[in-house]
Write a protein that binds this ligand. Structure first.
Ligand code: AMP
Ligand code: GLY
Length: 438
């Protein structure tokens, strides 16, 4: 009798494993942890991550010896396993390198734009030219490769002025120069010292825009575009928007200033025209597109596009998703997005990033982390964390972020800050004013 029961149990377990959908998430930051948590809510899903992090390893098998940019090794790993249902490519580099194209060419299902579509993020000059061609509102600009020409231009420019490295630079390739001397320094770093490698071999000089910023993430299948909830990032390292630009020190959702009226305007003037333009250019975009907007006097302009989920916006936005993320991702891949419903709960969410001392410049890794009792309603998403002999240690500049979710922003904010006070590691710092800009 006991034996029969035992066999039955093994068979049921084996059968449910056969029906499991194996999903691998590429990346290892807070965004990927949030995506993993969202996909993990669904029954019948087994998760993997390449390379993942210590937090992700609690819900997914992490293949930590392969980097997110080792795209050939990733394709080989997916090929060899032979049972991967879907690969979700989250970071910018593997998208720009064509990981989705390579997987699809071998018959694998992959979520994320092709390299051709991800070029919208990989080249700021390309994005600016596209917006100019299709009348999508954005700051005035010029593109330069030659140091003397850009310096001649900058001598006559109005200040502040914005200097951007053309390529991917971890969100750090943007300098707001207050005067000519600062502009010249930024140009020298990009074009002469090659601070950002090839990403800085072209620079975009842009008109400085005033106003407030909004991040809008959207799902698209190349035709239909469904926006997520609005959010706002905090890019500078220190309180009161001081210090250098970072990958993002915290975010909140929704942005109260982003009204329905503004949304309608953005939909007609920016979101739909961008998706249409990409299709017209033969670069049909399927995946998540990120619109970084500046709004001044009710007029929205595009600051930047990303070809992926933003970090840390994803952590606050996906916390509010009521619908099934896997179903939405599959609809994007299959051109069926008009057939799915994407619903959000009506909570407010906020996240605060705990960073390593020195970030965004040099910082130490391998510092032990302790996480105390996190209050109910708060959650910890890991970013630069790893296990070292079963001890949780730092492994990156942005180490983890604590989120709060509640009916109102004040309560959500208190939860996130009560939570982050439970986190301790040597050199840790965080901003005290996330959510304070509303
Ligand atoms: P980006 O990576 O292009 O979004 O730029 C990083 C940050 O620099 C943005 O979130 C803005 O805060 C700022 N920024 C970028 N472009 C401009 C602009 N044209 N005018 C004012 N601020 C800008
Ligand atoms: N938070 C902006 C980004 O992901 O680049």
């Amino acid at each position: 009798m006991r034996l029969t029961f035992g066999y039955g149990f093994v068979i049921i377990k084996y059968m449910s494993k056969c029906n499991e959908k194996n999903i691998v998430i590429i990346g290892g930051g807070g965004r990927e942890h949030a995506i993993a948590c969202c996909l993990n809510k669904r029954k019948g899903v087994r998760l993997f991550a390449i390379p993942g992090n210590a937090g992700i390893s609690q819900i997914a098998e992490c293949i930590s010896h392969i980097k997110a940019t080792d795209i050939d090794k990733i394709v080989e790993w997916v090929d060899k396993r032979g049972d991967i249902y879907l690969t979700v490519v989250a970071p910018d580099d593997p998208l720009a390198m064509g990981l989705v194209d390579k997987l699809q060419a071998k018959g694998h299902r992959a979520f994320g734009p092709s390299a051709a579509a991800a070029h919208l993020e990989a080249s700021k000059a390309y994005a600016k030219d596209l917006m100019r061609k299709y009348n999508i509102p954005s700051a005035g600009y010029e593109v330069f490769e030659d140091r003397d020409k850009v310096l001649t231009y900058l001598k006559k420019a109005d200040y502040p002025t914005v200097i951007k490295a053309d390529g991917l630079a971890l969100g750090k390739g943007v300098v707001i120069a207050g005067n000519y001397q600062e502009a010249e320094k930024a140009v020298n770093e990009m074009l002469v010292d090659k601070k950002f490698g090839n990403a800085g071999s072209k620079v975009v000089v842009e008109e400085f825009l005033k106003g407030f910023e909004v991040s809008m993430l959207a799902f698209t299948d190349g035709n239909t575009v469904i926006t997520m909830a609005s959010s706002q990032d905090h890019k500078r390292a220190y309180d009161n928007d001081e210090g250098p630009n970072t990958g993002g020190m915290g975010a909140f959702c929704p942005s109260e200033k982003y009204t329905d009226e503004l949304h309608k305007l953005c939909m007609e003037a920016i979101y739909k025209p961008t998706i249409k333009a990409m299709k017209a250019e033969g670069r049909e975009f399927r995946g998540v597109i990120y619109f970084g907007l500046m709004i001044d006097n009710g007029i929205p302009k595009v600051l930047e596009y990303n070809a992926r989920f933003g970090d840390p916006e994803t952590q606050v936005v996906l916390l509010r998703l009521k619908s099934d993320l896997l179903e939405i991702m599959e609809a994007c891949i299959d051109g069926q997005l008009d057939k799915v419903k994407v619903e959000w709960d009506d909570n407010c969410t906020i996240c605060v990033v705990a960073a390593s001392g020195g970030y965004p410049e040099d910082y130490k890794k391998g510092i032990p982390i302790s996480i105390g009792k996190i209050p109910n309603g708060a959650e910890v998403y890991h970013a630069g964390t790893a296990w070292s002999d079963k001890e949780l240690v730092t492994n990156g500049g942005r180490v983890l972020c604590v989120t709060g979710k509640a009916k109102d922003m004040k309560t959500a904010k208190k939860l996130a800050y009560d939570g982050i006070k439970q986190v301790k590691f040597g050199g840790m710092f965080y901003r005290n004013d996330i959510g304070g800009k509303q």
